[in-house]
Design a protein around this ligand. Structure first.
Ligand SMILES: [Zn+2]
Length: 305
């Protein structure tokens, strides 16, 4: 039913228990895609965990060793803001494998969705803000290393700035990074993306969509991307507990359509990843993420008709 593959693994669950990050959302999104008839079981592929060799193209050997042996200091774990466990490590390696597989499938099929990933606050040498491994950077480096692409674009619409993405690709002209986010919010230190759109508190649909379009138009004019990784956070939503913007569910879908429309007109394959989402009702977070995948489906349908 989907004109591309969705990537999912039961091991994506971060097993956080009672935590503001609803780590069961990955399974709930997959189930809703099936229940709503958007995807069929055959559209969903399970990833393998990322290989350590690939993880090490982004992360430092010292950090990777500490993650694998459980030798992170209490301060390092506190900065991650999620409890360390073996299951968490498995989930992070699987999410990175999922973004790699989604990148490979998008180059073949024109699009792919990782029903996970988007851990954009992970730095080369530490994790923070619920993010341990930077799955999108690991995927881009793998595709570059394999000679599949040279130039990638990351468009990040999570309400929080993509600080890990900006730090990793800051001096790399082969990757264009755009982040549109609430300025007065985490992270306090925001290393510069190629393009940062800093929004004041309380911005709603019309203003947001207008500023996003200006940024995305300029990005596609300035940079010839061979693949787009879209970090589609659900947390610019007006009911989000960690966000201070005022987008509606309809506005968030228009946001997705806008990004996909520019990719389609420029012939650029698209990978979607999830990132954050902390709505008071988890059903809203799930709906926003499902809508992203449905909007990508509609965009691909337009491409082929
Ligand atoms: Zn966020």
């Amino acid at each position: 039913m989907l004109p591309f593959k969705a990537i999912y693994h039961d091991g994506y669950d971060l097993n956080l228990g009672a935590h503001v990050f609803p780590s069961q959302k990955f399974r709930l999104i997959k189930e809703k895609l099936l229940a709503d008839g958007i995807a069929s079981p055959g559209d969903i592929l399970a990833p393998a965990p990322a290989e350590d060799e690939g993880v090490l193209r982004v992360h430092t050997p010292d950090y990777v060793r500490k993650l694998k042996t459980g030798e992170l200091s209490p301060t390092e774990i506190m900065r991650m803001e999620i409890p360390y466990s073996r299951a968490l490590m498995d989930a992070c390696w699987l999410a990175a494998g999922g973004s790699i597989l989604a990148g490979q499938r998008a180059l073949a099929d024109g699009a792919a969705s990782n029903i996970g990933g988007g851990f954009h606050h992970a730095y080369p040498d530490h994790g923070e803000g619920f993010c341990v491994l930077h799955d999108v950077a690991i995927a881009i480096r793998k595709l570059q290393f394999d000679g599949r692409i040279e130039r990638a674009m990351v468009v990040d619409t999570d309400v929080h700035q993509g600080n890990g993405t900006a730090a990793i690709f800051g001096r790399d002209e082969s990757v264009y990074t755009l982040s549109i986010h609430q300025e007065n919010n985490y992270p306090s230190h925001k290393p510069p993306s190629t393009c940062d759109i800093n929004l004041p508190d309380g911005v709603g649909d019309p203003e947001y969509l207008s500023m996003l379009e200006d940024g995305v138009r300029e990005a596609f004019e300035d940079f010839g991307a061979q693949i787009l990784f879209y970090v589609a956070g659900a947390d610019p939503y007006c009911e989000d507990q960690l966000g201070g913007l005022m987008l509606t569910i309809d506005g968030l879908r228009k946001r997705d359509e806008l990004v996909f429309d520019y990719a389609r007109r420029n012939g650029v394959p698209v990978v979607t990843t999830l990132a954050g989402g902390y709505a008071r009702r988890i059903a809203d977070t799930v709906q926003i993420h499902v809508n992203t995948i449905a909007a990508l489906r509609d965009s691909i349908a337009e491409r082929t008709t």
